[in-house]
Design a binder for this molecule. Structure first.
Ligand code: ASP
Ligand code: CP
Length: 336
């Protein structure tokens, strides 16, 4: 198998770190958010992930890369895709992977998040993948532990690996990111997926729109550099990419006031063939999952083999997480 390029060969990271004319190469210690990342850093991760797509499709694994390293999945919120793909990614790179079951852990006896993390840290964990309901929880942990911390979704804040896998999916389908019109539709207010995608796609030169009823758009959304639309016809007009979001009912208190009934919501905001016709003829349809069919998306669209790239997003998720583990492990080498 061909040797993987080093972060330096990949030109990581971006321009801001310069000494005279020389670019200083420093790989990240943690992956906490997309906000603040620069295009070359994002390109580096996507390029490395691309090489992992090819590797995965060839059926080859690279079990020596993370041999002797320990990855702990610490999920305080439910997950199917993210937790499983981090586990697969870690195992394909040779790490020892532990999935901590929070629901049967000492968290139930009152142990705090910080004490839990400190305990795992004392076991010499190298990579800590954290999903938590509180925005900022992974950032807090990153200040307290030696392990590299990866944010697997924190409250309504960010879900950085989701945005990276979405970008990889778009780039593979469209050949580029720059100049594409991307419509992010649905519960933008509560969506960490939307926030990470807004930062990443905006940074990479996409024209990002958010399309939702006013109750599901954050205050002053325009400050994030997006165009705001309150109907699907205008919002989807000539879009290259249509990204649908699930209604995050678990983050709504008094949901009745924010959204109508599921049937009513689908009528105005659910993606069906009629609404998709407003987008470009070759527009692709995305969804981070889990989907609520018949609420934000019609089954016929979700399962359309030509327009829907939802399954491909899941495949890209494994490759992106392998790339992230690879880069962080290189920059967090223990003195062993
Ligand atoms: N799975 C994604 C997340 O955890 C999206 C969703 O749950 O709707 O943010
Ligand atoms: N897209 C995503 O994060 O899915 P899970 O919640 O199943 O991990």
């Amino acid at each position: 198998m061909a040797r993987m390029a080093s972060p330096a060969q990949l030109g990581y990271p971006a321009a801001p770190n310069r000494v005279g004319k020389r670019r200083v190469i420093t790989a990240p210690r943690h992956l906490l958010q997309i906000e603040g990342m620069h295009p070359p850093q994002i390109d580096t991760m996507l390029d490395l992930a691309e090489s992992y797509v090819l590797l995965n499709r060839s059926g080859t694994t690279q079990r020596d890369l993370l041999r002797g390293r320990t990855l702990i999945n610490l999920f305080f919120e439910d997950s199917t895709r993210t937790r499983t793909s981090f586990e697969l990614a870690g195992k394909r790179l040779g790490a020892d992977v532990i999935n901590m079951s929070v629901s049967t852990s000492s968290v139930n006896k009152g142990e705090t998040l910080l004490d839990t993390a400190a305990t795992l840290n004392a076991m010499n964990c190298d990579l800590l993948v954290v999903r938590h309901g509180q925005s900022g929880a992974p950032n807090l942990l990153a200040q307290k532990v030696d392990a590299a911390v990866i944010n697997a979704g924190d409250g309504t804040h960010e879900h950085p690996t989701q945005a990276l896998l979405d970008a990889l999916t778009i780039r593979r389908r469209k050949g580029r990111l720059e100049g594409l019109v991307v419509a992010i539709c649905g519960d933008v207010l509560h969506s960490r997926v939307a926030r990470s995608n807004i930062h990443l796609l905006g940074t990479m030169g996409c024209r990002v729109r958010v399309v939702a009823p006013p109750t599901l758009i954050p205050n002053q959304a325009e400050r994030l550099g997006v165009d705001v639309f309150h109907n699907m016809k205008d919002g989807l007009q000539d879009a290259d990419v249509v990204m649908m979001l699930r209604l995050q009912r678990e983050r709504m208190s008094g949901a009745g006031s924010l959204v109508p009934s599921p049937r009513e919501y689908f009528r105005f905001w659910g993606l069906d063939a009629e609404k998709l016709a407003f987008a470009k003829d070759d527009a692709i349809v995305m969804h981070p999952g889990p989907m609520n069919r018949g609420v934000e998306i019609d089954s016929a669209i979700a399962d359309d083999p030509v327009r829907s790239v939802i399954r491909e997003q899941v495949e890209m998720g494994v490759a992106v997480r392998m790339a992230v583990l690879d880069l962080l492990a290189r920059s967090n080498r223990r003195n062993d």
